[in-house]
Structures are given as C-alpha cells and as structure tokens.
Ligand binder design. Sequence first.
Ligand code: S3P
Length: 172
Amino acid sequence: MTARVTAPGVVLVGTMGAGKTTVGRILAEQWGVGFRDTDHDVEAGVGKSVQDIFVDAGEAEFRRIEAAAVAAALTAHDGVLALGGGAVLDPSTRALLADHTVVFLRVGLSDAASRVGLGVARPLLLGNVRGRMKQLIEERAEIYLSVATHTVDTDGRPALEVAAAVREAVGR
Ligand code: S3P
C-alpha cells in the first residue's frame, strides 16, 4: 500500500481546461485529504451556477464573490484547492497566495480547447471558444507565473501523469 501524505496545502491555478479539478481530485485522493474548488464554493454560496451569476449580476460581481470565496478557502481548507481560472486577476487574491504552495497547471490552446469542449458552462468562452481561450491564455500567462511556486506543463499528458508531476514538483 502506498503511504499517504497529509496536509499538502496545495493550490492549483491555471486557465479553464488546464485540468485543475480533475488533477486536484486525483491529488486529494492520493494524499488522503479533501478537495475544494472555489467555483463550487461560489455556486453553493449564491445558490446559482457560475453561468447564471455572470448573466444575472455580471462579471464584476462574480469576481467580488469569488475573491471572498478564495480568501475563505485559503484559511479554512488544508487539502487541495483549485481556483477558478480568473481568480488570480484579483490583486488581493494574489497577495494572499504569496503564503501558499501554488502550482500553475500550464496548458496550450489546443489541449485547453479540447478539454473544455464547447464550453457551454463557461460564460467567458461563449461564442468563440478557441479565440477567447487563446486570448485568456496569453493575457494571463504572466499572472499565473507570478503567483506560482511551481509550474507543471499539462499538454499531451493524461491527468494521472500531471498529478505525478505535481507531486514531484512539490516533493510530496
Ligand atoms: C473563469 C474560469 C471558470 C469560472 C468562470 C470564469 C475564468 O473556472 O470561474 O467561468 O475567468 O477563467 P474554471 O477555470 O474552473 O473553469
């Protein structure tokens, strides 16, 4: 039996389609800790899907709620935490991340677009999945790198392999 490691405290960041939720769940299982996802926290708190929050309240309001959810999760959760792809746009969130082990799951356009499919549940991609995704990957690359303590490339790699690479990177 593989020994389980406790209290990893790893935060996963990256664009939509980077595999944060899939890889995060694998890591949590392997480490024997909880997995938490801030998109889910936002949805549970508001009682609406991310998509509906964008439609009903707008992106700025979503970002405000998201920043509060991230701040809460960073103090209350000691397992694996996946942040929504745009959470790092908030300067206060970036400041909070400075105290954590943050892994940037880097993905290129082709893999990201194929992982999200038509992206119906992702309002920022509606209408032009590949075009919007390309723009987000380019716009945010430096921001992800600036908050990351480790970067793991995910292109062409199955989730289990990415999880193994994260474990190697963080040494747990
Ligand atoms: C967003 C990413 C989504 C979700 C929302 C906005 C973004 O999360 O928070 O649709 O700005 O990149 P995932 O990265 O988990 O899909």
